[in-house]
Design a protein around this ligand. Structure first.
Ligand code: ADP
Ligand code: MG
Length: 437
């Protein structure tokens, strides 16, 4: 059954992403099973898995769903006998909030001028939680390493103080926890979890609670309670506390009680050092000139930089080629279609979306609520987030001064729909292709 679905879907996937991409990413993958609504695909390494999940999951789920005529989600697993898969299962640490990703440790964090202050602060907190740097507030743009450092603190504290009760939670999940606790009248459980049974609270992306009154209220009390018990609180955010207008003043001022550390966009040296470290870890031979080329080609988003490395190495292994500058350039020239990370501007996205739907750019920036406007607007916001390095507030401001929560909502909505709406997936593909021609 699962094999038939895979065989039938293959052609449309190949057609969509191009034969070359298909071969590089899926040639050696194996359909394992269809368990209820999950289609399990096995790939050969962790790199492959991450890349497929990040770039192709929603689209492939949509193709599979169409073939099977029912909603199917793609799940990617790494071939079990590979060392990466084993390491993963051994070292993933569970907290009541969320898993601590085993990849994000201090050992794997490259330190340079752009992040050394934040790194030193994170280390200090791990040695002496609840000490002088409480709360620790880390802020910086997209992909500069906030989640990595926050997670590293969790791992290190767990190692240093093994009876310490940690909670790592993305603020988005914290919001959901508040909402569900209210809805199901479980507030006492919520409080006992976050206030009475927590020694270290690691809250990722706190900008998500801005504008959410009830969550802020709950977080305020959680904060006060933990703080008065000298429990460590570490918070990450995409901007400086004072810039978060929709955040309760009482919270903002509390963030200033401890230490605020920023992470700047990485310098070229840091980018190169990161490439070296990642390539060594993954046994990829990466010559200096190629590292420089990749560092220069990527924006300040380190996730994108890693994506470049993953892609080059996948192509090299498929073609059995060594990685050299010519090869790297060729891979970049040939990038065909789907979701590839070439920087584009919000303005060019607005133009392409407006063209596609026969609208004016002003319609995308307006607040008109007709579906004919809201759908393209949401797509344009989604693409702005995906293809540019802009923050949610920046995108909002370029769409006629909309609040960042509107952009977050649009982004999520499109993502969700992409999971099973093949029409939408094709529309977005076509616009993306137009953008890159
Ligand atoms: P943010 O949370 O700021 O958006 P992440 O922490 O998710 O960014 O980092 C994005 C990617 O870049 C992750 O894979 C992370 O491991 C990697 N990364 C970021 N900074 C560094 C660094 N200094 N050294 C090594 N890897 C890094
Ligand atoms: Mg993050």
């Amino acid at each position: 059954m699962h094999r038939t679905i895979w065989e039938k879907s293959k052609d449309s996937i190949r057609e969509k992403i191009g034969a070359e991409n298909f071969n590089v990413w899926f040639d050696q993958s194996r359909p394992v099973e269809l368990r209820e609504d999950h289609f399990v695909l096995e790939v050969k390494n962790q790199f492959q898995k991450e890349w497929i999940e990040e770039n192709y999951r929603s689209f492939i789920s949509a193709s599979l769903s169409q073939t099977a005529r029912k909603p199917i989600q793609l799940a990617v697993i790494v071939k079990p006998d590979s060392p990466a898969a084993q390491k993963k299962s051994l070292r993933t640490l569970k907290t009541p909030g969320y898993l601590l990703d085993s990849k994000y440790t201090f050992e794997k964090f490259v330190v340079g001028p752009s992040n050394q202050f934040a790194h030193a602060a994170a280390l200090a907190v791990s040695e002496n939680p609840g000490g002088n740097y409480n709360p620790l507030f880390l802020y910086g743009g997209v992909g500069v390493g906030k989640t990595h450092l926050l997670t590293a603190i969790g791992h290190r504290i767990a190692k240093n103080f093994n009876d310490s009760r940690l909670i790592f939670i993305p603020a988005e999940n914290f919001v959901n926890d508040v909402i569900n606790s209210i809805r199901y009248e479980k507030m006492p459980d919520f409080r006992s979890k976050y206030r009475d049974n927590c020694d270290v609270l690691l809250l990722d992306d706190i900008q998500f609670i801005a504008g959410k009154e009830r969550t802020q209220e709950e977080f305020f009390h959680t904060f006060n309670s933990l703080y008065s018990l000298r429990k460590q609180i570490v918070i990450t955010c995409d901007r400086f506390p004072k810039e978060m207008e929709a955040l309760d003043e009482r919270l903002r001022s509390r963030f200033e009680w401890g230490l605020i550390a920023d992470i700047q966009p990485p310098e070229i040296e840091v980018k190169i050092a990161i490439l070296k470290e990642k390539s060594e870890n993954n046994k990829i031979v990466l010559p200096d000139d190629v590292a420089l080329f990749l560092a220069n080609t990527s924006s300040s988003n380190i996730r994108e930089l890693e994506g470049f490395l993953i892609r080059i190495s996948a192509f090299a292994s498929f073609y059995n080629s060594e990685i050299n500058l010519d090869f790297a350039k060729k891979v970049f020239k040939n990038i065909s279609v789907h979701n590839e990370g070439i920087p584009v501007s919000i303005e060019s996205i607005q133009k392409a979306v407006a063209n596609h739907f026969n609208l004016k750019i002003a319609d995308l920036k307006s607040s008109r609520k007709l579906k004919a406007f809201t759908v393209p607007r949401q797509i344009a916001m989604y693409l702005s987030r995906k293809l540019t390095n802009s923050s949610f507030p920046e995108i909002g401001s370029k769409f006629g001064g909309k609040d960042h929560s509107t952009v977050i909502h649009a982004n999520k909505k499109v993502q969700k729909q992409l999971e099973n709406n093949i029409q939408l997936s094709m529309t977005i593909d076509r616009i993306t292709k137009d953008l890159k021609d």
